[in-house]
Design a protein around this ligand. Structure first.
Ligand code: ADP
Length: 603
């Protein structure tokens, strides 16, 4: 798998990588902090649950103990005992007055009743009627008499008020003479709820209830039974509260009562201070990340900027532009030193390059001079050779003409061979001289009419083509080329001459000259129906004195194509051939198109 960063420049990759690492680092730091704070908050929640449960159950137990003590004292008062022992108007009045005093001291006590041993009502302080219907009071009474102590009953609810019963035996000596019975309200108000929330947070709840009777209160009002499992456990436990999720809870019985206390708080509840801390942490981390990212960008720029400059300079030097410099920009660190060394190296390379160029130019000049000397020497040598050759030719001819009749056949044949050889050699020297002339001449290119060139070339080979009854055709339209007219005439005279010459004797030579233009170049093709050329000789035939056929079959000196190539190259062109033996040949000459023609073609 290829990395998505592959192919990106370091200037992009470096800040991206550092930014990525920073984001991951900061995110990991925030996550760890968040986790730690949440853990701490959870531990604190559990601890607060235990604290609140202990405090509330302690308060309730103390209140129950006090209530029991007050009721016991009231049940033992002489006025109450007398009223139970001797029921009647005389005993009821002081007893009633006493019970009213007791009721007044505790606002939660809504009614007090004195009953006989069978539970029959003797007298009452406060109106107990609305409460008596709420549930049986006899079980509490029975238990109080049976256990001989003050008993607090389970919670009951009447309308929205939650109350409970309390009963104490009334004894004369050790004999039960009656019972004191009371209804007490569970104190509830929004204030109590607020106080709990201030301790366990707004996510917390405190419930008091009698599970068997499904009567519950949260100290502000009666509530439905909570969904927590009410099994007694020593510490807090976790359960899944419907609609809320993970919840911590703690259950306790209130000593001296049949009531159950439940305190609970959502596991995910984050107290205000913790939430504020996390929010602040997020803002600080975000700001820090932003500052770090900007810093990273600047830092990476200070590294990648000189690297980019170095890369550009290296590319410039690789492209041969030695004048390009990185520039140190007053940096003194490693990158500054690298740039400085690079610039020094480029200066050194440029100087070596210039020294080398100068030396090459000098050597080339020397070589050219030697070549010119050699060519001049060859030229004058060839020139000088022609004088003795002409003498040989003249004397052998004179020998044949003046002394021919006196020579026998062999003598005449020898004289003829000397004459022919001298002529061939003379032609070779002439060809060599014209090759040398072309090689040494400075061709000044001009616009040349190709049609006129071909016509002049044809007239130069007229004798040979008429001798072979050759059919030479030329394209009606020929473009103008850039070149030297006389030289081009020589080129095409050689090519057309060869095309007529290298055709088997029993075949009528057919030659066609055509031309086409392409991208400012003109391609002229001379095509024949001759003997063709084996592809392995396609290069060789353009060298001096390279001939593929014997002089008896096809006469020649082997210099014609060498002249063609040299002349065309001098005019900025090139030559080539396509041919296979027996299927004719296609010689092509590529030349620059004349400017005005090229412009016409473009418009
Ligand atoms: P020459 O014509 O004097 O022999 P050239 O340099 O003109 O010398 O040609 C070199 C050789 O290339 C020729 O000897 C011949 O073998 C071959 N050649 C040149 N032109 C043709 C052609 N049109 N068809 C076949 N062979 C050719």
């Amino acid at each position: 798998m290829t990395s998505p960063l592959r192919g990106l420049s370091i200037a992009v990759k470096l800040p991206l990588l550092i930014a990525g690492l920073l984001v991951v680092g900061v995110a990991a730091g925030v996550a760890v902090t968040y986790h730690t704070v949440r853990e701490a908050a959870t531990t604190a929640t559990r601890e607060r649950l235990v604290l609140v449960t202990d405090q509330v159950s302690g308060t309730l137990t103390a209140a129950a103990t006090q209530l029991r003590a007050r009721i016991r004292i009231a049940a033992r008062s002489p006025a109450v005992i007398a009223a139970a022992l001797h029921p009647g108007v005389a005993s009821f009045r002081p007893a009633n007055a006493f019970l009213r005093t007791v009721k007044r001291t505790d606002s939660d006590v809504v009614a007090l009743e004195l009953r006989d041993r069978h539970g029959v009502d003797l007298l009452s302080a406060g109106d107990a009627a609305p409460w008596s219907d709420a549930g049986e009071d006899s079980p509490v009474l029975r238990e109080a008499l049976a256990r001989d102590s003050v008993i607090i009953g389970p919670l009951r609810s009447v309308a929205s008020t939650v109350i409970y019963a309390v009963a104490a035996p009334v004894q004369a000596g050790s004999t039960d003479v009656g019972a004191l019975f009371g209804w007490v309200r569970v104190r509830s108000s929004p204030d109590i709820g607020r106080r709990f929330h201030s301790i366990i947070g707004t996510g917390g709840q405190v419930f008091l209830g009698s599970p068997r009777d499904s009567v519950w209160t949260d100290f502000t009002a009666r509530t439905p039974a909570p969904s927590a499992p009410l099994t007694m456990r020593p510490g807090p436990f976790e359960y899944d509260r419907p609609g809320v999720g993970a919840t911590f809870a703690m259950v306790r019985t209130v000593t001296g009562t049949p009531w159950v206390l439940l305190v609970q708080s959502s596991r995910d509840y984050t107290p205000g201070a913790t939430a504020r801390f996390l929010r602040r942490q997020l803002i600080i981390s975000g700001t820090l990340l932003l500052v770090l990212l900007v810093g990273t960008w600047f830092l990476s720029r200070t590294i990648t900027h000189p690297l980019t400059a170095l890369t550009t300079a290296t590319e410039a030097v690789a492209a041969g532009r030695f004048d390009h410099r990185v520039g140190t920009r007053r940096r003194t660190d490693e990158l500054g030193r690298l740039a400085e060394s690079f610039d020094a190296m480029v200066t050194e390379v440029r100087m070596s390059h210039e020294r080398l160029e100068a030396r090459v130019a000098e050597r080339t000049g020397e070589l050219r001079e030697r070549n010119e000397e050699l060519e001049a020497y060859g030229y004058s040598l060839a020139h000088d050779l022609r004088a003795p050759l002409r003498a040989m030719q003249g004397f052998s001819q004179a020998l044949l003409e003046d002394y021919g009749p006196r020579l026998d056949d062999t003598g005449r044949h020898y004289a003829q061979v000397v004459s022919d050889s001298a002529r061939t050699m003379d032609r070779m020297i002439q060809d060599l001289l014209s090759y040398s002339r072309i090689a040494r001449s400075d061709v000044t290119p001009a616009s040349v009419d190709l049609r006129r060139v071909v016509d002049r070339a044809r007239s130069q080979v007229k004798a040979a083509s008429e001798e072979r009854s050759a059919r030479i055709t030329v394209d009606p339209e020929l473009p103008a080329v850039r070149g030297h007219e006389a030289t081009l005439v020589q080129v095409f005279a050689n090519l057309i001459g060869n095309a007529v010459k290298f055709v088997p004797a029993d075949r009528v030579p057919q030659v066609h000259v055509s031309a086409s233009t392409d991208g400012g170049r003109v391609r002229v093709v001379v095509e024949d129906n001759g003997i063709g050329i084996d592809p392995k000789y396609h290069e060789r035939i353009f060298r001096v004195f390279e001939r593929l056929n014997g002089a008896d079959e096809f006469p020649g000196t082997g210099i014609g194509l060498a002249i063609v190539r040299k002349a065309v190259e001098k005019m900025g062109g090139s030559v080539g051939v396509e041919s296979v033996p027996g299927s004719g040949s296609r010689f092509r000459v590529d030349l620059p198109q004349a400017c005005e023609d090229a412009n016409d073609a473009r418009t």
